[in-house]
Design a protein around this ligand. Sequence first.
Ligand SMILES: Cc1cc2nc3c(=O)[nH]c(=O)nc-3n(C[C@H](O)[C@H](O)[C@H](O)COP(=O)(O)OP(=O)(O)OC[C@H]3O[C@@H](n4cnc5c(N)ncnc54)[C@H](O)[C@@H]3O)c2cc1C
Length: 379
Amino acid sequence: MHTDRRIFMAGGAASLLGACTPLPRLQDLGPKHQGTWIEPFKANRRNLMKVTVCTRPFRPAGPRLEVERFGSKTVVHNYGHGGSGWSLSWGCAAETASLARSQGHTDIAVIGAGVIGLTTAIRLVETGAVVTVYASEFPSETRSARASGVWSPSSRIALADRVPQGFADRWERWARYSHAKHLEMLGLADDPIEFVTQYNLRGRSTPRVRANREYLHLDRRLRGLNPAWGDPDPERDPFSAKLRRKGPAMIFNVARYFDRLVRQFEAKGGKMVRRTFANRTQLLSLPQPIIVNCMGYGANAIWDAEDLAPVRGQINWLLPQPSARYALYYDGVSAVSRRDGVMVQYLGPNEDWGYGDPGETPDPTETDRALETLRRAYE
Ligand SMILES: Cc1cc2nc3c(=O)[nH]c(=O)nc-3n(C[C@H](O)[C@H](O)[C@H](O)COP(=O)(O)OP(=O)(O)OC[C@H]3O[C@@H](n4cnc5c(N)ncnc54)[C@H](O)[C@@H]3O)c2cc1C
């Protein structure tokens, strides 16, 4: 059915139909068939590679980038990036690195090898510091490796009534700095960053419910940073009348991106050591005078970071589908075709979805719901 339609739409297949057979006009195909055909994601369990669950390190007051002293040691914090860690990493890394370097030492320990730890470590070695990353999990094992991989700089970044004064300006600096760094990585041989077209579709089988918390949304401050989204054209665009908005979305091919960060760090002389710290005393006995805390949700246990709340997120990974390179949002489900797989995620009725839940066991009902909804997007 879909294959036939592609032959019609591709135009160049006229010879298959016979020279005298006129191609049908779009308006004759009926509403369901209007618009360019698009290859559907293969949203079924046969194509399901894995299901991952990850905890967002959500800090109602926003990420903590701050210096704290413990006797002869100085700790520089960089944790609590909620659902925006990949997007804001470079801006936060730059600010943390300058806080750490202003303490007057070159020997620095970075705790954590997620996206925050690695980008911070890279910024530090670039300033001439001698950097050792200590972590119980290395990059591909971290929670960062289980992220959706989209530019989402204000996703669950803070609660509107909990941020300190001046937070929005600081956030904007992180976001703009990070965005520029990401653009530098476009077109590289291993494609750590790409733009794909995102289609946001109409239709909701379950009503949207107001969240119990007021999350801070700052995206308006970045208007114009990415190329503009256009008005849909039901005759030409896929999904015809169902299409509400479409536009370019920046995505992170997380596996390749992480690989690049590790290579970059090691090529600049950085060292990585696998080590788990059971408590603060163990951490403060490290030989380095400066310790940079990039422990994500792990900061909770060591630094009494009771200001961190876990926010669970489950991702269903379909086999990579190189012939369907786009992103889609429909009825609470987001799907993004990355080089390392098609990520499909049910986002719930509002941003409270997963709030307070530290559980990291996959829920098969959520998987079925996400895949079933995604199939309906093409009906
Ligand atoms: C489902 C989901 C989707 C997401 N999607 C996106 C997205 O599309 N875009 C985006 O920008 N962000 C996204 N995020 C958010 C992003 O993934 C996080 O903000 C980011 O990964 C946090 O990175 P981190 O380096 O602080 O923490 P982590 O990746 O958790 O790394 C923490 C590091 O600290 C180490 N560590 C912790 N405790 C100890 C200890 N006691 N001893 C030794 N080492 C320790 C760990 O081993 C690890 O190396 C998503 C998050 C989730 C859950």
